[in-house]
Ligand binder design. Structure first.
Ligand code: GA4
Length: 358
């Protein structure tokens, strides 16, 4: 018998792209056009001059780093994730894993207060910091969605924004920590200068494990290895607002094994369209797959707000997006139905497919 030759694993390739950077202090009509165009073409853009106060971001980041710097037994008090709470390597309930530890919180104040007791020795301070951050970022998401409503010329331009502003919104907030692969605190950065990384690998795990490694070819065609922190997926919600420290890691899928790295910029927010907004816009806006890679030298921290509708909200293509030429691509579903389907699938699955009409 002739042994079958192993199928060669095609290395991922990196292709840098210029992500649109939208200055929110520009003329409103220009900002509206830029947001709509970016949401249609790439599903991703950055916003600058966004109005979220620096100290609000800095306080949240400090709390997050303080939490992840604790010894594992302390962090485990906030877990296991159900899906809310502290998680370490396991993502969802169907066997997905990644080189990440995280805190997943509901943005409902009662839930934050309750969770804070297992997260911090000063639960009041922790919950106030989260509340301040989530409120500021939610306001930004509302502003962006109002502009989307204008850009799509909806009869009720605030309709989309109301879904996440609703007191019963099912929005969640996630803190992701991707420890570096080295445990020393002093590293050399891309410029060849020395950085002091105070956020060293404190996860208490064996980072020498080869699980999660994939081959990556950079722009110059050189094959390098990369470790996946959070695997390829699209976000289920309406709109995602991500802020990370100054460490590269986020990558956008361009399809066919091509990945576009997003340059980190602690002063901006990276915004992306979620599956629910793709359905609401009848596929006009795209919910693009993305992933997070571990940085070998420096720990990465991302703070991600996922703006979602209430559980009972009905998601269906907005009438303004359905025409004879563009018939409805999705059947109506509630957010609760969609979530149930999402949690029954793996991270990389296409979660909107079961709701497609064609
Ligand atoms: C991806 C986006 C958000 O991080 C998240 C994730 C959620 C989880 O970690 O509990 C999911 C994942 C995310 C999509 C599919 C399901 C649900 C893990 C998983 C395998 C909080 C979300 O809403 O969906």
């Amino acid at each position: 018998m002739v042994a079958a030759s192993p199928t060669p694993v095609r290395p991922d390739r990196i292709r840098p792209i210029g992500l649109p950077v939208i200055d929110l202090t520009r003329k409103r009509s220009d900002v509206v056009d830029l947001i709509v165009r970016a949401s249609e073409e790439l599903g991703f853009f950055k916003v600058v001059n966004h109005g979220v106060p620096r100290h609000v971001v800095a306080n949240m980041e400090a709390e997050a780093f303080a939490f992840f710097a604790q010894p594992p037994p302390e962090k485990l008090k906030a877990g296991p994730p159900n899906p809310l709470g502290y998680g370490y390597k396991n993502i969802g309930f169907n066997g997905d894993t990644g080189e990440v530890e995280y805190l997943l919180l509901h943005t409902n104040q009662a839930s934050i207060n309750h969770r804070s007791k297992t997260i911090s020795e000063d639960p009041n301070k922790f919950s106030c910091t989260v509340r301040e951050y989530v409120e500021a970022v939610k306001d930004l998401a509302v502003e962006i969605l109002e502009m989307v409503g204008e850009g799509l010329r909806l009869t009720d331009p605030k309709k989309l924004a109301r879904l996440i502003r609703d007191g019963e919104s099912d929005s969640v907030f996630r803190l992701n920590h991707y420890p570096s692969l080295i445990s020393t605190t002093t590293t050399t950065n891309n410029n060849g200068t020395v950085d002091k990384d105070n956020n060293n690998n404190s996860s208490g795990r064996d980072m020498s494990s080869q699980q999660g490694w994939c081959n990556v070819v950079n722009g110059g065609g050189v094959s390098v290895k990369g470790v996946v922190g959070f695997g390829e997926h699209s976000d289920p919600q309406i709109l995602t607002l991500l802020r990370s420290n100054d460490v590269v890691g986020l990558q956008i899928s361009l399809g066919d094994g091509l990945w576009a790295p997003v340059s980190p910029d602690p002063d901006s927010f990276c915004v992306n369209v979620g599956d629910a907004l793709q359905a609401l816009t009848n596929g006009r806006f795209i919910s693009v797959r993305h992933r997070a890679m571990v940085n070998p030298y420096r720990s990465r921290l991302s703070m991600v707000y996922f703006g979602a509708p209430p559980l009972h909200a009905r998601i269906a293509p907005l009438p303004e997006t359905v025409t004879a030429q563009t018939p409805s691509l999705y059947r109506p579903f509630t957010w609760a139905e969609y979530k149930k389907a999402a949690y029954s699938l793996r991270l990389s699955h296409s979660r909107l497919d079961p709701f497609r009409t064609v």
